[in-house]
Design a protein around this ligand. Structure first.
Ligand SMILES: [Ca+2]
Ligand SMILES: [Ca+2]
Length: 136
């Protein structure tokens, strides 16, 4: 090959947008701000907040490991991201609902996958006892 002479200027021309994103998305999940705990609501809401826009978030990414409420816990995701609302229904007994997000559930713009969710309070106690217990 022919080497360019010293001092030759190079340019990326007009397209200088290079995306360098080595940061994996993180995600938090906590009981929604308006969610009473304990609660007799038939749908229990959590707020899921990713650190950046992601694709591929769906109900298969939700884990209910550790939950003690019986029944087939069913997830419903709403919102446009990167913050979503997770509604959980299907409880057939009193007990705790604990929701988390699996690692490698979503990807960011350059296909970095997420780490598992962290939480300050991702547990809501579902109770069928009436009248409703005041918020705590
Ligand atoms: Ca997914
Ligand atoms: Ca709680």
């Amino acid at each position: 090959m022919t080497l360019p002479s010293p001092g030759t200027a190079y340019s990326l021309s007009a397209n200088k947008a290079i995306v360098i994103d080595g940061v994996a998305p993180t995600v938090t999940i906590n009981q929604a701000g308006t969610q009473p705990d304990p609660s007799n609501n038939t749908t229990i809401n959590f707020t899921v907040a990713f650190s950046e826009p992601v694709t591929g978030f769906d109900t298969s990414d939700i884990s209910f490991t550790g939950s003690t409420a019986e029944g087939t816990l069913t997830a419903n995701i709403s919102g446009t991201g990167p913050t979503y609302t997770l509604g959980v229904s299907g409880m057939t007994s009193d007990g705790n609902i604990i929701a988390s997000i699996n690692a490698n559930a979503v990807t960011d713009l350059v296909s970095n996958t997420n780490t598992a969710s962290t939480s300050t309070d991702n547990t809501v106690t579902y109770t069928t006892v009436l009248p409703p217990i005041p918020n705590s």
